[in-house]
Design a protein around this ligand. Structure first.
Ligand code: SF4
Ligand code: SF4
Length: 694
C-alpha cells in the first residue's frame, strides 16, 4: 500500500493546455463585466471626500479598520441571514454559502499544492482533506437543491394565488411577479441548476476516477466511493468526458457570474467592506457649498449618489427580505423596497432620471421605518436613497397637499401642527414645572416635543414623565416656548434646509443653557437629538424617557409596573426598538429583563409576562407615522397602523403599552377601527406612574 494521494489532471494530459486557455477566456469575460460595472459606479460621487481617479477606490485608513469587522460580521458570519425571520431561507442560504466557500477553499489548496514548491497533498493531509471536503460539498448540493425546490414551490403558490384572485386588493405593480418579495426569473433557475450540476458533477468526477483507477485509501472520499460502486469500470474515455463536462460547467459559472443574481457573492463583499459605520437613524446633511457646486439639492439621477451607493445596487441579491417587512408594501401600497433598488439600478444602467423608473406614489409612501435596512443582508440603505430623492423633489416644489402644509407650519410657527409657541406651555398649568429661562441649574433638559406639548393623548405622557422625574428627585427643566420642532418630520419628508434651520435654532438654545443631558418621550426627537444634532454643534447625552426611567427603577428610586401575564402587549416604536436598538428599557419598566438589545438573542415565547405581538424589538412593525407620513393622507384600506393594531389586538392583551406619541395617535384611531373590545392605550410612563402612585 503506497502513500495516499491522487494524480491531478488524471488522464487529461495535453488537454491541460486547452483547459488553461479556457480558464483565461472565462476569467477575462468575468473581468470585462466587472470592469463595466465599476465604470457604472464611477459615475457616482467619490466616496472618500474629493479623492479622484483610482485613489477614490483605495480604502482610507478608517475604512480599512472597518473592513475586517464588516466582512467578518456580515459576510463570513452571515449575521443578517442568520437573524432573518425566514425559517427555511436562512439555513438554505447558509448551506449554499458555506458549501461554496469550502469548495473554493478546496480548489485553492489544490492549486497551492500543484504550483507551489512543496507537494503536501498526500498521506494524512490527503485523507483529512478528501473526507472533509467530501462532507462540506454535500452542504452545497443540498443547499442548491433546497433553493430550487423552494423557488419552484413559491412560484406555484404565487400562480395559485393569482388564479384565485387573491391579488385583487393589490395594484398592477404588485401583481407583477418580478416584484414579489421572492421572485424567480429563468436566470435564477439557470444559475441554481448550474450550481447544482457543478456540485453533482464534481462528485461524479471523483466517483469516475475512483472507478477508473481504484486505490486502497479511496474510502476516505466516501461520496465518490459510493458513486464508484454504482459506476463500475469507468473507461478512460468516459472519465475524460465527465471531467470536461464538469470543467466546462465551472468555467461557464465564472463567465456568467457578474451578469447573474449570484454576482452578490462578489459585490456584497465589496459593499460590506466599504460600508460606512453610521447610526441607522442618522441622515447625512447637505451643505450649502455642495448645493453651490452641484447646483442641485438631493438626488435626481443615480450619478448624484455616492459610488458606494451605486455599488450596493449591484450587491442586491433580490432576496425580497426588505419587501417582506415593509409596512407600506404589506398594506397594498406600491412601495416595494426591493423594486426601489432594482429600479435605481435600471436608472443607473440606462442613464435616465430616477423619476423615469420610480413613481412619486412609491417614494412618498415610505415611513422611513428602516425595517428594510435592518433586513437587508448586503447592507443596502434604502432609506438614505429614498430621502435623497425626496430632497430633490421637495426642492423642485413637487411636494403638495398635507405634507407641504406641515412644512409650512414648521417654518412659520416652529410646531409641526402649526400651534403657537404659547401652546407649548399649556400642559404645565398648575404643575409647577421648572423652566430653563427661570435661571435654576438643572441636570436634565426635558424635551417635550410638538406632540408631547399639544396632543391630548401625548400630553398625558408628558405629565407622567414630569411627575416621575419629580418623584425620583431628578433635577430637570423644560424649554417651554423656547422649544421648536426638532425638524425630524421635515428632514424625513425631504426638506433638509428647514430641518437644518430648526436644528441650529435649538442647538443655540441648548448652548445658551449649557445643556449636557436631554430626556425626551418622543423617539423621533430622541433620534434626531442623539444621532443628528451633533452635526450642528450639539454636545450632550440624550435619553429616551424609558431609558432614564428604567435606570431609576434599577436604582430603586421608582418601582416597575408589574403586569399580570399576558395582560399587556408592548408596541416597540421603530425609532426606539429598531433604529436605536433599545428594546430592553421599555421592558424593564414592566419588570422584564429581555436582553433584546443584544441580537440575535430572543427570549423564548412564553418566558415573559408580556403578550409580545408577532413583530417586536428590532423587528417591530411600523405604525405608519414616520417619514412625515403622519401628516399625509392615507387611504383607509392602506393604513399600516390598522395592520399593527390587528397584531396587537390578536395578542389578547387588555392594555397596549406605548413609548411614542406618534404611535399613540396612529394606534388610538386604528385599534378602535379593528376591534369593539375595550383596549387601554397607555404610555409606559403612565403605567409606571400608576404603579408608583399606588
Ligand atoms: S423604510 Fe420602512 S416603509 Fe420605507 S421602504 Fe423601508 S420598510 Fe418600507
Ligand atoms: S435590497 Fe437587500 S433585502 Fe432587498 S432584495 Fe436586495 S438584498 Fe434582499
Amino acid at each position: 500500500m503506497g502513500t495516499p494521494t491522487r494524480e491531478e489532471f488524471h488522464l487529461i494530459g495535453g488537454g491541460k493546455i486547452v483547459f488553461y486557455i479556457l480558464v483565461v477566456i472565462a476569467l477575462s469575460i468575468m473581468a470585462a463585466q466587472i470592469v463595466a460595472r465599476v465604470k457604472k459606479w464611477q459615475s457616482g460621487r467619490p466616496m472618500g471626500g474629493n479623492r479622484e481617479g483610482f485613489k477614490a477606490w483605495l480604502p482610507t485608513p478608517a475604512a480599512l479598520k472597518r473592513w475586517w469587522s464588516n466582512v467578518a460580521t456580515y459576510i463570513l458570519a452571515q449575521r443578517k441571514v442568520r437573524t432573518s425571520r425566514r425559517k427555511s431561507g436562512a439555513p438554505m442560504h447558509l448551506f449554499i454559502f458555506f458549501g461554496f466557500l469550502s469548495l473554493l477553499l478546496a480548489t485553492t489548496i489544490l492549486a497551492i499544492n500543484s504550483y507551489g514548491p512543496v507537494k503536501f497533498h498526500k498521506g494524512a493531509f490527503y485523507q483529512v482533506y478528501e473526507a472533509t471536503f467530501d462532507a462540506l460539498g454535500l452542504l452545497f448540493v443540498i443547499g442548491c437543491a433546497w433553493a430550487l425546490g423552494r423557488r419552484y414551490l413559491q412560484d406555484r403558490r404565487d400562480l395559485g394565488q393569482a388564479e384565485m384572485g387573491e391579488d385583487d386588493a393589490f395594484s398592477s405593480q404588485r401583481v407583477d411577479r418580478r416584484r414579489r418579495p421572492l421572485s424567480s426569473s429563468w436566470r435564477d433557475y439557470a444559475t441554481l441548476w448550474l450550481l447544482l450540476l457543478i456540485g453533482l458533477t464534481g462528485y461524479l468526477v471523483e466517483g469516475a476516477r475512483i472507478s477508473n483507477i481504484p486505490k486502497d485509501w479511496d474510502n476516505v472520499s466516501f461520496v465518490g466511493s459510493m458513486l464508484a460502486k454504482a459506476l463500475p469500470n469507468v473507461s478512460d474515455g468516459l472519465y475524460i468526458g465527465i471531467w470536461w463536462f464538469h470543467a466546462i460547467l465551472v468555467l461557464t459559472f465564472f463567465a456568467v457570474l457578474p451578469s447573474m443574481r449570484i454576482r452578490h457573492i462578489l459585490f456584497a463583499v465589496s459593499t460590506a467592506a466599504g460600508h460606512e459605520e453610521k447610526p441607522m437613524g442618522r441622515l447625512v446633511p447637505i451643505s450649502m457649498e455642495e448645493v453651490e457646486q452641484t447646483e442641485k439639492i438631493g438626488v435626481s439621477h443615480t450619478s448624484d449618489f455616492t459610488r458606494w451607493t451605486l455599488m450596493s445596487l449591484d450587491a442586491c441579491m433580490e432576496c425580497g427580505r426588505c419587501t417582506e417587512v415593509c409596512p407600506a408594501w404589506n398594506v397594498g401600497k406600491v412601495l416595494n423596497p426591493k423594486a426601489i433598488v432594482q429600479d435605481m439600478k435600471s436608472a443607473m444602467n440606462d442613464g435616465v432620471a430616477i423619476a423615469e423608473r420610480i413613481s412619486d406614489e412609491a417614494l412618498w409612501a415610505c415611513t422611513t421605518c428602516n425595517a428594510c435596512v435592518e433586513a437587508c443582508p448586503v447592507l443596502i440603505r434604502h432609506v438614505d436613497m429614498i430621502v435623497d430623492v425626496r430632497r430633490n423633489k421637495v426642492a423642485e416644489g413637487q411636494l403638495a397637499g398635507t405634507g407641504a402644509v406641515m412644512l409650512r407650519q414648521i417654518g412659520s410657527t416652529g410646531h409641526a401642527w402649526g400651534q403657537s409657541v404659547h401652546e407649548r406651555e399649556k400642559w404645565m398649568e398648575g404643575l409647577d414645572i421648572p423652566l430653563a429661562r427661570d435661571g435654576q441649574s438643572f441636570e436634565y433638559l426635558f424635551w417635550v416635543g410638538c406632540a408631547g406639548a399639544t396632543d391630548p393623548g401625548a400630553m398625558k405622557t408628558t405629565k407622567a414623565v414630569a411627575a416621575l422625574l419629580k418623584k425620583a428627585g431628578i433635577s430637570f427643566a423644560c424649554l417651554g416656548k423656547e422649544e421648536a420642532c426638532t425638524g425630524d418630520p421635515a428632514r424625513r419628508i425631504g426638506e433638509e434646509f428647514l430641518f437644518q434651520d430648526k436644528a441650529s435654532q435649538n442647538v443655540g438654545v441648548f448652548q445658551k443653557y449649557g445643556v449636557k443631558k436631554v430626556v425626551t418621550a418622543c423617539p423621533h426627537c430622541f433620534n434626531s437629538l442623539k444621532n443628528e444634532y451633533g452635526d450642528f454643534g450639539a454636545q450632550m447625552e440624550v435619553f429616551h424617557h424609558t431609558q432614564l426611567l428604567s435606570d431609576l427603577v434599577r436604582k430603586g428610586d421608582l418601582v416597575a409596573a408589574k403586569p399580570e401575564r399576558g395582560k399587556v402587549a408592548l408596541h416597540d416604536p421603530c425609532y426606539l426598538g429598531r433604529v436605536n436598538n433599545e428594546a430592553d428599557a421599555p421592558r424593564a419598566l414592566l419588570g422584564e429583563t429581555a436582553g433584546l438589545n443584544n441580537l440575535p438573542h430572543v427570549p423564548e415565547p412564553g418566558s415573559t409576562n408580556l403578550a409580545e405581538p408577532e413583530h417586536y424589538g428590532r423587528k417591530t412593525l411600523c405604525c405608519g407615522a414616520g417619514g412625515g407620513r403622519m401628516w399625509m393622507e392615507e387611504p383607509p384600506n392602506q393604513r399600516p397602523s390598522n395592520r399593527r393594531a390587528e397584531e396587537l389586538v390578536n395578542t389578547g392583551a387588555e392594555t397596549v403599552a406605548l413609548a411614542c406619541p406618534f404611535c399613540r395617535i396612529m394606534l388610538d384611531a386604528s385599534i378602535k377601527q379593528v376591534t369593539d373590545k375595550e383596549i387601554r392605550l397607555l404610555d409606559l410612563a403612565e403605567m409606571l406612574q400608576e404603579a408608583n402612585d399606588a
